[in-house]
Design a protein around this ligand. Sequence first.
Ligand SMILES: Nc1ncnc2c1ncn2[C@@H]1O[C@H](COP(=O)(O)OP(=O)(O)OP(=O)(O)O)[C@@H](O)[C@H]1O
Length: 310
Amino acid sequence: MDHVIEARGLAKSFAGAEAVRGVDLTVRAGEIVGFLGPNGAGKTTTLRMLTTLLRPTAGTATVAGHDLIADPAGVRRGIGYVAQGGSTNPSCTALRELVLQARLYRVPDAPARSRDLLAEFDLADRPIGSMSGGQKRRLDIALGVVHRPAVVFLDEPTTGLDPQSRSALWDHVRRLRERHGTTVFLTTHYLEEADALCDRVLIIDQGRVIEEGSPRELKARLGGDVVTIEISGDVPHARSALAGLAAVREVRVTGRTLRLTVAPGDRILIELTRALDAAGVEPLSIRHTRPTLDDVFLALTDRKAAAHAA
Ligand SMILES: Nc1ncnc2c1ncn2[C@@H]1O[C@H](COP(=O)(O)OP(=O)(O)OP(=O)(O)O)[C@@H](O)[C@H]1O
């Protein structure tokens, strides 16, 4: 199976209000895909449709090889779903909760599978109520994959975790893919999470996917990296020396500072320094900055807001 998720025109209205307005998406086997968007954009609603918890108002989808509408039970067997906040019983121990879940899914040798998962997710068999936030989230994911699903859906997996627990959880998600080839589809508010973890990002706003690509592609699409050069000599001369380079897309001058938008690349600083040197210009400082996913997100949602206001 090449595509683990394939959705066309998925839509959902609540009492006439359109929460999701025709989402198309494709997720390949083994990908980690992030679904990003502002509050109320339609992320959870889309996730709940893809996991059979909500029936779409319109559209079709195949998930884990089964048709969402015609065979929801087949979809449920092939997927894992980790809801926001989890749903574990604090007085139960981690192992007991895993064994119960494994039996629910009729996993052969439930106790052995559960012990393996405790080890895989670095968990001790303790009452869940005594666990840290990070440990509980790891247990939630272990519970979601007890039946070895082809794809696991994670709804805001690291919300509320401190940076250290967040990055530990990212390691576990990466390992799921490396060791078992599991496809991961997650929603997040953290652009940094999408950047660190996801092969591909879909940005949803007001119920529609407005942009998609790898974090690197999205950042490049914003217009490239920025290089800021301060010079002491002839500014127009420096400007003409740099503006002609193939990698330089735009040069803006403020006082003695040139702000260049350049094609992303590792050799750009060498190229610029050589060009300045050949023109006999001495730079006082050179700074290279790459746009973050925050910049992409803000630019896209601002653009949308401006289009609506017009
Ligand atoms: N059960 C419901 N009944 C009515 N409206 C709903 C229901 N669930 C969601 N909505 C509305 O649908 C829209 C999309 O909500 P959704 O929860 O999917 O957004 P989200 O992107 O997950 O937001 P957040 O980041 O805040 O979790 C919102 O306007 C929300 O108020």
